[in-house]
Design a protein around this ligand. Sequence first.
Ligand code: SAM
Length: 310
Amino acid sequence: GGAVGPALPRYVRVNPIKTCLNDVIAYFKRRGYTYLGKARSIEELAELGQKSGKRFLQDLHVPDLLAFPPGTDLHKDSLYTAGHLILQDKASCLPALLLAPPVGSCVIDACAAPGNKTSQLAAMLQNKGKLFAFDLDTKRLATMSTLLLRAGVTCQELANQDFLTVSPEDPKYQKVSHILVDPSCSGSGIPDQMRILADKEESAQSERLEALSGFQRRALSHALSFPSVQRVVYSTCSIHQQENEEVVRDILEQHPHFSLIDALPSWPMHGLNIFPGSSCCLRATLSDTLTNGFFVAVFQRQKKENESHF
Ligand code: SAM
């Protein structure tokens, strides 16, 4: 064994459809936890794992996110079972946060199950507008229905459908302005998956990555073809360049009316420098950001010439 690295805090997202941050903070104080305030640095979050005791912090990047010591189990907590809390890694909160759909807008969650990000999007919409959520997997979609019900989400329309077959010409989607593309990936940013991947033969692994990145390109390209879409967020829980920067680079070339924006300048880790502008992408790893391994890119439709001046 090598040096012991940092441990992942237990991140807890407060669900604003059901409650608010202050009520949740007060609840945990009553349960004997010490509230340490809002973290000022990632190091401060790391310290949660270095001392013992029931303590928690508010996160510094994601509003409505709390951090507890690694290993804190809240699956049986009554606030969790009542849908007031969503147990979601910090990095996986970034895609919806950066998509930032305005209240009441029309949104597609292209690969949605089990629906953590869908519930976050619904909260941002304040349950107004429309949230079309697709997934191919029937079982995962059923899990998602339960999760959304518990979270009090009501603006969704779920479909057991291949996102690639959702027609951008369908009048139903004419007003869709924001799309989240969080497709199947190798999962190489998730600790357990890292081990599984390391055991696989290299040729099998590269074949798998090729198939995955093919689908990722198709899904992202499809999202950018919706007529009114303004912003598309692409995310994976992979650390492979092949599923991340390479996908983004190729899709940008195919869709010149879109460009990347740096939607979270305070984030400390950026995309690998393989094309101009790749630093707009966000990366996350346990050692750098104290989250699971993750990748996010934000595509924004460029303003037309005549709109860019006053
Ligand atoms: N966004 C989800 C969340 O935050 O809970 C996690 C999504 S997971 C990374 C990827 C999902 O894409 C899987 O549930 C998988 O079934 C679904 N999927 C794979 N291919 C798809 C397709 N062609 N159309 C729609 N969903 C697809």
